[in-house]
Design a protein around this ligand. Sequence first.
Ligand code: G
Ligand code: G
Ligand code: MN
Ligand code: NA
Length: 251
Amino acid sequence: LSLADDLRLALERDELVLHYQPTVDLSDNTIVGFEALVRWNHPTRGLVPPLEFIGVAESTGLIVPLGRWVLAEACHQAVAWGRPLKMAVNVSVRQFEAGDLAATVAEVLTETGMPADQLCLEMTESVLLTDTDENLARIVSLKALGVMLAMDDFGTGYSSLAYLRRFPMDVLKIDRSFVDRLGSGDAEDETLVHTIVRLGQRFGMRTVAEGIENASQVAILREMSCDHGQGYFLSRPVPAAEAGRLLETGL
Ligand code: G
Ligand code: G
Ligand code: MN
Ligand code: NA
């Protein structure tokens, strides 16, 4: 079987699972939500990371049913935890441009009883790269549902500043390549992150730093008034049961 055939079966056989990485309020270390990250629990290949199958899912169109499954599962889980939480879900280009994502999201919200403003859709600049009226209309109809929109991996594409101006995004996620270099004592690296945080603030966006791997990065980001953080230092992505325990106990 090709990976594509195998992936088609995976959806039918319930082999996909979501792991959840906490998003943390940097001012008080509380968990404010999670990012849902898909994994494929393959019977013989083991736990397959998304980098190995999201591309295949995109090129075969399987990303549409897969993406719908991810949305429904993440919302279902958020509702099951029974407390207000932000649940972030990644949306890829093909999923955004094929089919009617806003209609799918509306259905999932209704099916699961998830409050729209607790769902955050993360998109990379590649989603917004085709800066067409059609894509703007797609964004507007998603916004009309009341869901939040995040610009993921901010700073890694090009001309990101134009997108900030054109698309009404609510959350700016600072790419981990910038966060990585914080705490090494390099003033320019700090200035770069500080400037991105200010930029987000000035556009009225919530700022989230990705890829935090040590305490000194937390301290620097808190000092910059970056709102939220994610990263291995705070918590790795964990299965639902463990995420539920983290909600009870705190980090
Ligand atoms: O979890 P991990 O770091 O291995 O994820 C690698 C990449 O896969 C990240 O860029 C992440 O955004 C992407 N990814 C994880 N889960 C999903 C998903 O459900 N849908 C899409 N489109 N991408 C995902
Ligand atoms: O592209 P996106 O931002 O959605 O990717 C999220 C991915 O980043 C997840 O697959 C997650 O496993 C990974 N990730 C989360 N925190 C860290 C971290 O602190 N360090 C590294 N290297 N990767 C991380
Ligand atoms: Mn993401
Ligand atoms: Na990201």
